[in-house]
Design a protein around this ligand. Structure first.
Ligand SMILES: *[C@@H]1O[C@H](CO)[C@@H](O)[C@H](O)[C@H]1NC(C)=O
Length: 471
């Protein structure tokens, strides 16, 4: 085991706090320039226009002189102290001679389940240093045990259309007031503002309850997964960016395939998600998302039977071209090795690793359908995963394959790390575990040379290894 797990103790500071606070980003404040169709706050000679049938809840933070204002049928202005509207007295206002009609932009479409409208913050509303921890898309939207913050001194309007009737949350802060019991929230809902702030067919319910399970709690947004991805990919017409690896991984709860590695863990009652996350954070060289997810079990690969909870770790890195995902792959291998040594003490019964990197290997026979895709193409990769929302496009020119060339493969190294048995049969295949993605199954059936080397699955079972060597 490399000293990775002891190396970066400093990064421990990045360990996420237990409670997750998610803050709603948009507001409907009068003084927010982007809330107006002209991109500026109306000034004295402007005529202000609100659509007649659009419901509004608008915080006004300062006094405004206006020429005229058309109001909607239903809505409210929340006036901060000293704020208000006055008729324009005709005196000259420098910088405001336009006399335009300024309309309030449409806030109706801002959806609760749009992951781009939320950010993770600390308890007092400061932006969390995103560090190397990110969330899969479903978990960017508030989860069942999360605390939701609508910034104090902002007004807002949210569409809470949901596939669920009730959306549970631990607490909601509105206007600087934290509502963390069902009674306090019910009281707020009866007030004048709530019906103007929340619309749509979902109902928010505050429970005041934290996740009761030290092995973690699933986020609970899976029923609205489609809605979340539709919101996220709306701008690109539902299309995921082209990945930089041949067969990207499909982490549960994430909208688009990723290059890098995933490690899925089965756990025992001893498992502590927070402690384990802290353990990994010390070793992080790439971006990581870790959470409990529910994987649908299928019977004979068809009928959904039930779902099993497992701990999903998603690792990505900022390597480009052939290096895409290689740092993540290395870390995943280190995690697997750590589990082999300490899994039992950590409450991890089994680890399963999948890798998708940007390197394509020339030694393979060229008739795998996926291989054709790379020839002569430019692959673009959009890392939309970063909490910062930064976009990084990586391009790689496809190259011609030389069928006879053999190149050392990074997973040879991985296989060596495991038992010799595992190295020859590419891992321990548990017959009880029938939730393989079909693409992988197809790969296993193919001759060695024809299988896609871009997307590999490894199992590691410390108990299995131990018993094999003893007998
Ligand atoms: C709420 O409305 C949406 C359409 O916007 C629909 O897809 C969804 O099923 C509805 N949810 C409930 C709980 O009725």
């Amino acid at each position: 085991m490399k000293c990775l797990f002891f190396l970066l103790g400093v990064l421990q500071l990045l360990a996420a706090a237990t409670a997750v606070y998610k803050q709603w980003i948009p507001n409907t404040n009068f003084e927010t320039a982007s809330n107006w169709d002209k991109g500026r706050v109306p000034c004295a000679s402007d005529m202000v226009r609100f659509e007649k049938h659009k419901v509004i809840s608008i915080l006004v933070g300062s006094p405004h002189a206006l020429t005229d204002m058309y109001l909607p049928l239903n809505g409210e202005f929340l006036l901060a102290s000293g704020a208000g509207f006055a008729a324009f007295d005709g005196s000259w206002d420098p910088g405001c001679d336009s006399g335009a009609t300024v309309r309030f932009a449409d806030a109706e479409h801002h959806a609760w389940f749009d992951p781009t409208l939320w950010q993770a913050v600390s308890r007092n509303g400061e932006l969390e240093p995103s560090g190397r921890i990110f969330s899969v898309d479903e978990e960017r939207v508030p989860c069942r045990y999360d605390d939701v913050i609508f910034q104090s001194e902002t007004s807002f309007r949210v569409n809470v259309d949901s596939s669920r009737r009730v959306i549970h949350l631990r607490s909601i802060s509105v206007m600087g007031q934290e509502l963390s019991s069902p009674e306090a929230w019910a009281g707020y809902l009866r007030g004048p503002s709530a019906p103007l702030q929340f619309h749509g067919n979902g109902t928010l319910q505050v429970t005041g309850t934290s996740c009761p399970d030290k092995s973690g709690c699933a986020c609970g947004n899976a029923p609205d997964g489609r809605r979340i991805c539709a919101a996220l990919l709306g701008a690109s017409e539902g299309q995921c960016p082209a990945p930089a690896c041949l067969s990207p991984l499909q982490p549960l709860g994430h909208c688009c395939g990723v290059c890098g590695a995933t490690v899925n863990l089965d756990f025992t009652p001893d498992f502590d998600l927070q402690k384990y996350r802290d353990r990994l954070v010390q070793a992080l060289l790439s971006q990581m998302a870790i959470s409990k997810v529910h994987k649908a079990q299928t019977f004979l690969g068809v009928i959904p039977r039930s779902s099993t909870p497992l701990i999903q770790i998603v690792l990505i890195d900022d390597g480009a071209g052939a290096l895409t995902g290689t740092t993540a792959e290395q870390l995943a291998a280190d995690i697997m090795e750590d589990i082999a040594q300490h899994g039992e003490a950590l409450g991890i019964s089994r680890g399963r690793m999948e890798v998708a990197t940007g390197s394509t290997f020339s030694g393979q026979a060229g008739n795998h359908p996926l291989n054709r895709i790379t020839v002569g193409t430019v692959l673009g990769l959009l890392f939309s995963l970063l909490l910062l929302g930064g976009m990084l496009f990586l391009y790689r020119k496809g190259k011609l394959r030389l069928p006879a060339l053999r190149v050392p493969r990074p997973w040879d190294k991985l296989e060596e790390l495991m038992s010799p048995e595992a190295a020859t049969d590419k891992g321990f295949d548990n017959p009880m575990y029938d939730v393989e993605p079909p693409s992988t199954d197809a790969g296993e059936d193919m001759p060695q040379e024809m299988a896609s080397k871009d997307h590999q699955v490894f199992y590691l079972n410390p108990l299995y290894d131990a018993s094999e060597t003893e007998t």
